[in-house]
Design a protein. Structure first.
Length: 559
């Protein structure tokens, strides 16, 4: 550390490139600081640094890695602690960690190795214009940084870490229960589902909050390790319809379930809202590009004999985009579909008896989802949770009907069946008994062009966008992405796969390869950096990687 101070004093007021003199490893009293990459100028991306600490000194034994869920929970714990500590240092900006949100997901901001815990940071090295401010750099690297490391990592609460690890065990117990009992979702009694606002994922607070209470008909109790059991609503496999008046909590319940593919930390309100990890939210997406997707189970006989078994469009409509989103999800391995009527194409969801009488089936290429959802489960084993506000015809195909009334759920399955029997819709089913053909494609991932000018350039840009070479991939309609760190990883995952596959390959094979790389090499295996850490990656699911690949406009596929 003394040598680092001397170097910073020596280069004080010199040109910014002199900061390269601090590149390398610096020994502090109880940790090492590795300056892996020094930014080229004050306006470039910040420098990348790592702090490594002894696991033995931190008393981090093998218990933090007894399961992958525990490992992720430990990473989340230290990343959040460091984020919170840096936020306390108001008026002293310059050190950044890619900290977590409400969900606990695998990320590269903290890494556990055999002997060390590694905290990965971005650091803005101070300057006035292009002149080094040595004293500020000394304060930032030898005072501000050690202070944050001390409070967030070295003096961490063992009790709080243990509680987070045990919560991960409990969440995995709920996931095992769902798998063993043919269920696709669980919502614990007492859960707080509403969020603070449309721009905040923190739980709503105050007297107006109504916590979740399961209908007795759907209530189960699950034994948990490290404490008593948890009781709440289980959603079995099949077709579940969520109904109710506007603003009574239907979409809020579905949104909680769609985020239940991730574990949440204590205090989030959704700690025990757990969903099938292969659940995929689908919606209409006007204007997206679609390449070579078999949407014939839903759409056929288009004008001009357009082939829907290998459908391609630069500007898909609401119905064709929703059909493509479903079929792409199934291709990637989705086990459950989550659909909200509010974000769906009306003509894709249903055609009522009056419309059927006016527009004959031979003139309508769309087979509505209502006539496929049953076969989708019976033939393919794909469950659906569907929010419906105005189409009671879905009562005819539902296994379960949950009604939300002022955020309180009621099981109204029997009443819905009675109403369906007493008030028949007289609409004709517009599909046969079978779902239809599920055909795959071969993706030319090697033709993804990362070049922008003379260099390759790929990155995430916020939660909604992947920049890939000269192309912008719009992921704003992919609702289960939660952080820009995932889009960073998606961009590099595609580039990584493009170097492995030199010929077109089935999309599941590409996704399997990416997941195997992450499983065996961690997220670091996706990084193009040789001499600097990828501290801003978070693990995406295979479904969101597939969504990015499918939305790449120059995409080329083979039947």
């Amino acid at each position: 550390m003394k040598q680092l101070i001397q170097t910073l004093k020596r280069i004080d007021r010199k040109g910014y490139k002199a900061y390269n003199d601090i590149k390398g490893t610096h020994e502090f009293s109880d940790f090492q600081l590795h300056m892996d990459h020094v930014q080229a100028d004050p306006f470039a991306s910040p420098s990348r640094a790592r702090v490594t600490l002894s696991r033995k000194a931190l008393e981090l034994g093998p218990e933090v890695e007894e399961s992958d869920a525990r490992r992720v929970a430990a990473i989340d714990f230290f990343a959040l602690a460091m984020q919170q500590e840096l936020h306390k240092q108001k008026g002293k900006p310059g050190i950044i960690i890619d900290g977590p949100g409400q969900e606990m997901i695998d990320r590269t901001a903290v890494k556990l190795s055999k002997d060390h815990l590694e905290v990965r940071l971005s650091i803005h090295l101070p300057a006035r214009g292009r002149t080094i401010q040595g004293q500020e750099a000394i304060d930032r690297l030898t005072k501000q940084l050690p202070e944050a490391i001390q409070h967030a990592v070295q003096q961490y609460s063992r009790q709080k870490l243990t509680a987070q690890l045990e919560l991960a065990d409990q969440q995995q117990a709920v996931r095992r229960y769902l798998q063993d009992n043919d269920c696709i979702a669980f919502v614990a009694n007492g859960s707080v589902l509403p969020r603070a606002s449309g721009v905040s994922n923190r739980p709503m607070s105050g007297k107006e909050v109504i916590s979740f209470q399961s209908p007795k008909e759907r209530e189960v109790t699950i034994d948990l390790p490290h404490g008593g059991p948890v009781t709440g609503m289980a959603v079995p496999k099949g077709v579940t319809i969520i109904v109710g008046g506007g603003y009574h909590g239907k979409s809020t319940l579905l949104e909680a379930v769609e985020r239940g593919v991730y574990n949440h930390r204590a205090g989030d309100g959704r700690e025990f809202v757990i969903a099938d990890p292969s659940a995929v939210k689908v919606r209409a997406e006007d204007g997206r590009s679609v390449t070579g997707v078999n949407i014939s189970p839903f759409i056929a006989n288009l004008p001009a004999d357009k082939d829907t078994s290998f459908f391609t469009s630069e500007n898909a409509s609401g119905s064709t985009s929703q059909a493509a989103n479903i079929m792409e999800g199934l291709e990637a391995g989705a086990g459950t579909l989550l659909i909200d009527e509010d974000t769906s194409a009306t003509n894709f969801m249903i055609r009522d008896a009056r419309m059927q009488a006016l527009v004959a089936k031979r003139k309508e290429p769309i087979t509505p989802f209502i006539d496929k959802v049953r076969a989708l489960y019976d033939d393919e084993g794909i469950s659906t949770i569907l929010v419906v506000g105005g189409a009671g015809d879905y009562f005819d195909v539902a296994d379960y009907v949950i009604m939300l009334e002022e955020y309180v759920p009621y099981d109204v399955t029997e009443e819905a069946r009675r109403i369906a029997s007493e008030h028949p819709t007289n609409r004709a089913k517009e599909a046969g008994e079978a779902f239809g053909a599920l055909t795959g494609r071969r993706i030319a991932v090697h033709r993804f062009d990362a070049r922008k000018g003379k260099k390759e350039k790929v990155s995430g840009k916020g939660r909604d966008t992947v920049m890939y070479g000269t192309e912008t991939i719009d992921l704003s309609a992919v609702e289960q992405l939660i952080t820009g760190s995932q889009t960073n990883a998606i961009a590099e995952a595609i580039r990584h796969a493009s170097r492995q596959f030199q010929q077109p390959a089935p999309l599941p094979e590409v996704l399997d390869y990416i997941e195997q790389t992450i499983d065996s090499q961690s997220l670091d295996g996706l990084s193009p950096f040789k001499n600097q850490h990828p501290g801003d990656f978070a693990r995406p699911r295979r479904f969101e990687i597939a969504a990015a690949i499918n939305r790449y406009r120059p995409l080329r596929v083979e039947r």
